[in-house]
Design a protein around this ligand. Structure first.
Ligand code: 6PG
Length: 268
């Protein structure tokens, strides 16, 4: 697997803008080469500003929403109107503002019994990701967050879900809020073509350093290793604050970027 690219931005606005650019670039490239764009979005608070940016010019009209399918990497088993709902947040920030076909938006069935909800979502993923001519079912783009404990999606340290290889979606309990959830497993995450980790704030700096520099396998985020894909870390200065020394010799470009991948210049 290629070494991850690390893009350090100034603040939340810079992260939202750069994230939207990377999403757009991935969408255009995927439609150009495969005729569609399969994306899985993370929950939590960090990606919300990026989602809102995607719902406005120039992204709302530049992204081929009619060729895009949106899934979620995890979901809390609460109603969509609950503030803790990942789909509910995305509906407010993005979905209600873009012309994406209704059957291209794949929310987890939170009103179903937990095990059944997992089976139904996995089948819905298989219905879209597999098919004639598809050798390896894979998302083109996956956004992932990072917890201070190194969790990502709802893959929490020490849980059995970290070892599941024969299912794409499993029920778990944990996190903040500590509730029942569904999460994608490494079995599908590690097929991703482009994984975008988003991390912001001082409280993430330790986990960011342990994953990127120390490659600490005790952290679930470190085990996201797409064999045929690439990882981009998009972090603000606070989240990068425990590794700026090591990266100092490697960053350049606007806001500081890893030389292996200079991000696209924001469209403003
Ligand atoms: C979830 C998220 C989770 C999140 C991290 C970071 O549903 O809880 O998928 O993995 O990305 O906990 O959360 P923040 O972005 O709110 O810090």
């Amino acid at each position: 697997m290629k070494a991850p690219s690390v893009i350090i931005v100034q603040d939340a606005e810079g992260l939202a803008l750069m994230g939207a650019e990377i999403f757009l670039e991935s969408a255009i490239e995927s439609v150009r080469t495969r005729g569609r764009f399969l994306a899985a979005l993370s929950g939590g608070s960090t990606p919300r500003a990026m989602h809102r940016r995607l719902a406005h010019a120039p992204y709302a009209s530049a992204i081929p929403w009619d060729r895009t399918h949106l899934f979620w990497v995890d979901e809390r088993m609460v109603s969509y109107d609950d503030p803790a709902s990942n789909y509910g947040a995305a509906r407010l920030d993005l979905l209600d503002r873009i012309p994406i076909p209704g059957d291209h938006v794949h929310a987890m069935r939170v009103s179903e019994e937990l095990g059944n909800a997992a089976r139904l979502y996995e089948q819905e993923m298989r219905d879209v990701l597999t098919g004639p001519g598809v050798e390896v079912p894979a998302f083109d783009f996956i956004s992932l967050g990072l917890g201070p404990d190194g969790h990502t999606a709802s893959l929490f340290p020490g849980q059995p879900s970290l070892e599941v290889q024969d299912r794409w979606i499993v029920p778990v309990k944990g996190g903040n809020p500590d509730i029942f959830r569904l999460t994608m497993t490494y079995a599908i995450l590690n097929c991703g073509r482009h994984i975008l980790f988003l991390a912001m704030g001082e409280e993430k700096a330790g986990a960011v350093r342990r994953v990127i520099l120390e490659r600490d396998a005790a952290l679930p985020a470190q085990r996201v290793e797409p064999a045929g894909g690439k990882i981009t870390w998009l972090v603000d200065k606070a989240a990068a604050s425990l590794m700026t020394h090591e990266l100092a010799s490697r960053t350049r470009g606007p806001g500081g970027t890893h030389p292996s991948t200079d991000p696209p210049a924001p469209r403003g």
